[in-house]
Design a protein around this ligand. Structure first.
Ligand code: GUN
Ligand code: FE
Length: 427
């Protein structure tokens, strides 16, 4: 029981009708799934005597957050000073990822990473592991123990990287195939083919990744595109025949439903149309784009073309595990380009919008009956400043906006996965 907010549609298209709000609501969970959400007065009378009830009155309950782009192996390089993308990869990222050759290190980081997601209210993520297949095993094992929804994959990278992180086209494909067989569809886990980005895969590796994507319906594909200008220039030199950077992925059959590309900053409208037409999704990663000085994502243009967009923290280029902090930076990115982001659009992006971008809106993203009961309990009085500022709000929109601008992991009072408490803030 508490105050509930969730989305039935995109507020950008449906306005206030997109959102459902119960000031005093009850969410009924049965077998880990939503049975019903409604006003407390109506629902409580129907419940059989003795039904256990958790009282979260005074808190705001939303569907669990969905992080559509994150690297678990970069947990330990968040906040590494001074570089832009390509030098940041060389100086910080590759050395950090090399350590995942050690399964004990991978297991330790995977456990910390999953706990950090849950403590921030994130119950579903689409994540990169490293080139090592055992790094994927470690991550899926940690997520499975916590019953999270996790989509992840082994990085494919067979050139332009240190020897110790390099696979080959054939080995990368064989290892990906074995991982799909081992993990895809097991409990709440799904596999994502993961060519790191066009510069670090040979055309042969790209071809095989596209083929595996076509051969395994339901499997995802994740990569990066058009993040940084030096990166885009490099791709133009590597693939002179491609119409654009995105065109490289297109040529190898890597666009389509369940393909998710992080960043998409330096695209033209022909690229955007192709993304829209193929049902490809974009992961908007504002903290990473600001941190690496990459550029400003044009959410308005993506929306106008009907592109599926989710939100990503992109740890470790991103600077926070908190989707609240990520929304705060998204708002600022849009301000810099003369656009805006309403609180409703922001929380939609972090919940149902993310689910839609991952083609998982039939299972997660809101509280419709039958959905998996993942939710985050937010505390508008988590800190003295939040409490003071929240007290001055009159509308729900104002209260949500204050939460996303000032909130972080401290504002998460509890996180539930499949109905059960998985994280509870110490009192
Ligand atoms: N492009 C290729 N690899 C990476 C990565 O690890 N992080 C980010 N932000 N961009 C990338
Ligand atoms: Fe990334």
């Amino acid at each position: 029981r508490g105050e509930f907010v969730h989305f039935l549609a995109d507020p950008a298209a449906y306005g206030d009708n997109a959102l459902e709000h119960f000031v005093d609501g009850v969410l009924v969970v049965r077998d880990g799934h939503v049975a019903e959400l409604g006003p407390a007065a109506a629902v409580l009378t129907k419940l059989p005597a003795g039904t256990p009830l958790t009282d979260y009155r005074g808190k705001l309950i939303l569907p669990g957050f969905i992080d559509t782009h994150i690297h678990y192996a970069q947990t330990d390089i968040i906040a590494s000073h001074g570089e832009q993308l390509l030098t940041w990869l060389e100086k910080y990222t590759f050395p950090a990822e090399a350590r995942f050759a050690d399964p004990a290190h991978a297991a330790e980081v995977a456990a910390f990473f999953c706990d950090e997601l849950l403590k921030n209210g994130t119950t579903t993520a689409l994540a990169f592991a490293t080139v090592h297949p055992a790094s994927v095993d470690a991550l899926f094992t940690a997520a499975q123990r916590r019953r999270m929804r996790l989509i992840a994959g082994k990085v494919l990278m067979d050139r332009h990287c240190p020897d110790f992180l390099r696979d080959t086209a054939a080995r990368g494909a064989a290892e990906s195939k074995a991982l799909i067989e081992r993990w895809h569809g097991r409990d709440r886990l799904l596999y994502a083919l993961t060519p790191r980005f066009a510069p670090t895969s040979t055309p042969e590796q790209m071809r095989l990744a596209g083929r595996l994507f076509a051969e395994h319906p339901g499997v995802y594909l994740q990569s990066h595109v058009a993040e940084n200008r030096a990166e885009a220039d490099w791709v133009a030199r590597l693939y002179p025949e491609a119409r654009s950077y995105l065109g490289v992925y297109d040529r190898f059959g890597q666009l389509g439903a369940r393909a998710v590309f992080a960043h998409c900053l330096w695209l033209d409208d022909a690229d955007r149309r192709r993304i829209a037409d193929t049902g490809t999704a974009i992961s908007f990663c504002p903290t990473a784009n600001l941190f690496l000085g990459s550029g400003l994502f044009d959410l308005g243009r993506a929306r106008a073309l009907g592109i599926r967009v989710g939100l990503g923290t992109d740890i470790g280029a991103g600077t926070s595990f908190s989707m609240l902090q990520t929304l705060s930076e998204a708002y600022k990115v849009l301000q810099l380009s003369g656009q805006t982001l309403s609180a409703a659009s922001a929380f939609h992006l972090a919940t149902l919008g993310g689910a839609h971008s991952l083609y998982l809106d039939g299972r997660i993203g809101n509280f419709l009956p039958g959905k998996e009961a993942d939710f985050v309990v937010l505390d508008p009085r988590a800190t003295p400043l939040l409490a003071r500022r929240s007290a001055g709000c009159t509308t729900l929109g104002e209260r949500l906006f204050v939460l996303m601008m000032l909130g972080d992991d401290r504002a998460v009072a509890a996180t539930h996965v499949l109905g059960e408490v998985t994280w509870q803030r110490p009192e």
